[in-house]
Design a protein around this ligand. Structure first.
Ligand code: NDP
Length: 337
């Protein structure tokens, strides 16, 4: 029997393929745990409304004991009303001939207003995960339009990259994934991300004693960074279920805690995180993937995990890309300051 009050979970782009892989797992209790009923608010653009309505019918047909309600709307104000968790999945994809500035502009027009709607209508303890790309910068835009919501409540998903890295290391070391700990994904959720095993262990042994540098540089890093493209090539469609799975992992860990293990998430480098982020030489005011633990419902950056020179160069390049995206969005007038 559910023992808690229902939590409103808002999912944007709910009619899309990640939405389809995500919503049934939320309704079954895998996002917030078996004691918490959920009210699902599905946000779509007018073109996506029918698909979302169809998914809502199937959600009803699931007769999920934890599903308190499911509503579909194209109004951000309605969708974010009372939201305790907001999963921002819908985003404008890059289309042929689109320049980076056009992509950033199109997404700023989505994530700015959604940030404002979260600021005005969501629950005071709302937790936001941005999945839609470019996820880090979209999260920054949304956060900057929600001045009353602490910046640490806006996060970007790099958990899929993290999970991919853990899985590749486990396959190479011929161990179950549970034997792997301490993998870090640094930087932007893009090709410049850096999956780092310098602090990883396999069954308690340093990973670097088990795998060699050449495999790391030539196989591991490119496999993780290009996995999305590989899946499109093999499956004929982009990864959706694994992205949905990572979103579930991110929020579940955020809410329920990670214990001593750590994971990776795109979190703010400012506010309560400023000191920890600065210990890695990171500038204030980005959403950057970092090693994090969660306890009592808050992410904390894990400090003291110094990067070696190779990792350092990769991290700098990814952070430079984040700074570039931020400047481009600022130049377009979508960031205050
Ligand atoms: P998906 O559900 O497959 O993807 C949604 C977003 O998640 C994209 O930005 C995609 O980025 C991103 N993403 C992040 N990680 C991954 C990953 N590992 N694999 C794939 N995607 C990933 O897209 P659909 O087109 O099926 O659905 C999107 C829905 O959003 C549509 O129903 C559409 O109507 C809606 N939409 C809403 C908008 C809004 O809220 N205003 C604007 C545009 C669309 P990438 O593009 O880089 O793959």
């Amino acid at each position: 029997m559910p023992t808690r009050r229902p939590v409103t979970v808002t999912v944007t782009g709910a009619g899309g393929q990640i939405g389809y892989a995500l919503l049934f797992r939320i309704a079954s209790g895998q996002l917030l745990g078996p004691d918490t009923p959920v009210r699902l608010n599905l946000l779509e653009i007018p073109l996506g409304l029918r698909a979302a309505e169809g998914t809502a019918l199937e959600l009803i047909d699931g007769a999920f004991p934890l599903l308190d309600s499911v509503d579909v709307t194209d109004s951000a104000r309605t969708a974010f009303d009372g939201a305790g968790v907001a999963l921002l999945v819908g985003a404008r994809p890059r289309t042929a001939g689109m320049e980076r500035a056009d992509l950033l502009e199109a997404n700023a027009a989505i994530f700015g207003p959604q940030g404002r709607a979260i600021n005005e209508h969501a629950a005071s303890d709302v937790r936001v995960l941005v999945v839609g790309n470019p996820a880090n910068t979209n999260a920054l835009i949304a956060s900057s339009h929600a001045p009353d919501v602490p910046a640490e409540r806006f996060t970007a998903m790099t958990r899929l990259d993290h999970n991919r890295a853990v899985a590749q290391l486990a396959i190479k070391a011929e161990v179950p994934v549970t034997a792997v700990d301490g993998v870090i994904v640094w930087g932007n959720h893009s090709a410049t991300q850096y999956p780092d095993v310098s602090h990883a262990t396999v069954d308690g042994r340093p990973a670097r004693e088990i795998v060699d540098e050449r495999w790391l540089e030539e196989v591991f890093v490119p496999t993780v960074a290009r996995r999305g493209a590989e899946i499109i090539q093999v499956r004929g469609a982009s990864s959706a279920a694994s992205a949905a799975n990572a979103a579930i992992d991110h929020v579940y860990d955020w809410v329920n805690g990670t214990g001593d293990r750590f994971t990776s998430a795109g979190v703010t480098t400012g506010g309560v995180n400023a000191e920890a982020a600065a210990s890695y030489g990171l500038p204030d005011g980005l959403i950057c993937s970092l090693p994090v633990r969660s306890s009592r419902g808050e992410w904390q950056i894990v400090t003291g995990l110094d990067a070696d020179p190779v990792a350092h160069a990769h991290i700098e390049a990814s952070v430079a890309e984040l700074l570039d995206e931020r400047e481009a969005v600022r130049a377009l007038g979508h960031l205050p300051g």
